[in-house]
Design a protein around this ligand. Structure first.
Ligand code: PHE
Length: 339
């Protein structure tokens, strides 16, 4: 019986040591130490032994049992540690891998320039107002002191949609709508799309953008106009920018001016951008014609005002050195991604 025990123990030890996983270990535990296990079977045979040998044999079996239990415990925790290590290795995250990026949308260059302009004028106390793109002849021309037979109509080739309807040729139409609905003091800008039947080329597009400005109050003079526009030019182009006012003509302003800024590309020396002149024309402006104030129910004896219309597209192409205005409207991703 003693020899038998030794054999069983030796077999058990070698089987436990070579076990590959926890399941196998558990099977071995049942095989040797379980209720119907081989060591238990030996204990059951003890009855047939000599009474004097029983305690000795009992002790041997118990020792064998204990050492197998210890070995099983040790092997189990070894296997567990190994399994954990393997699992961790398999689940390792490589934090140096580049992440999946989702591209955030970007502002169109026209919109980022527009946002800057709105910031500048809002900081000077202007409100932003909106006007319809499909206008009536009355708001786009008639009320702006351009009657039907007036030669000034030729200044703007118009898309007519019907007898009295047209695509607005200038945001100036919004001046009238504002003066009809607000009482002075008025200080608004109206940005938006305008349309003219121009041939398309690198500097002309049948649709482009203007920002109309209008100020009406008591005692407004040409000095206020100059101050506001100079401030605007300095904020957009930098403090050293020179501003030049040239006499001009618009039917709805008197006197009228066109405003040039010193070329931001060459600083005024003359280059390709300013076509050698050193200046870039950016807007038209003037003191609101008394007749326009009158037709909107504002007494020109009591109030005066100025208006200006800025070309947003020209401002954008010069700021970003864009050589062809058509790029602004084609929505080519390769172009837009650069901003
Ligand atoms: N509406 C004019 C244009 O489109 C610009 C302008 C606006 C001039 C306001 C004077 C005052 O040419």
């Amino acid at each position: 019986m003693k020899e038998n025990l030794e054999v069983i123990k030796a077999q058990a030890i070698s089987a436990i040591e070579t076990a590959a996983d926890e399941k196998e270990i558990e099977e071995l535990r049942v095989k040797y130490l379980g209720k119907k296990g081989e060591l238990t079977a030996i204990l059951k045979q003890m009855g047939s032994l000599d009474p004097a040998e029983r305690p000795i044999m009992g002790q041997l079996v118990n020792e064998a049992k204990q050492s197998l239990e210890e070995l099983i415990g040790k092997k189990k925790s070894e296997l567990l540690a190994k399994a954990t290590e393997l699992k961790l290795k398999a689940e390792t995250i490589d934090i140096t891998m580049p992440a999946k990026t989702s591209k955030p949308g970007k502002l169109h260059p026209l919109n980022s320039v527009l946002d800057d302009m709105i910031d500048i004028f809002q900081s000077m106390g202007f409100d932003v107002v909106d006007g319809p793109e499909v206008e009536t002849d009355y708001y786009n021309f008639e009320c702006l002191n351009v009657p039907a037979d007036h030669p000034a109509r030729d200044m703007q080739d118009t898309f007519y949609l019907g007898e009295n309807l047209l695509l607005r040729t200038q945001t100036s139409a919004a001046q009238i709508r504002t003066m009809e609905t607000r009482k002075p003091p008025i200080r608004v800008i109206c940005p938006g799309r305008v349309y003219r039947a121009d041939e398309v080329d690198a500097t002309h597009s049948p649709v482009f953008h203007q920002i109309e400005g209008l100020v009406v109050d008591k005692g407004i003079t040409m000095c206020d106009l100059k101050g506001v526009l100079e401030q605007f030019a300095h904020e957009i182009y930098g403090k050293d920018t020179k501003v030049k006012f040239r006499p001009s003509f618009f039917p709805f302003t008197e006197p009228s001016v066109e405003v040039d800024v010193s070329c931001s590309e060459c600083g005024g020396k003359g280059c390709r951008v300013c076509k050698g002149s050193g200046w870039i024309e950016i807007l038209g402006a003037g003191m609101v014609h008394p007749r326009v104030l009158e037709s909107c129910g504002i007494d020109p004896e009591e109030y005066s005002g100025f208006a200006f219309g800025i070309g947003l597209d020209r401002l954008t192409t010069t700021r970003y050195k864009i050589s062809d205005i058509r790029l602004l409207f084609e929505n080519d991703k390769r172009f837009l991604e650069q901003f």
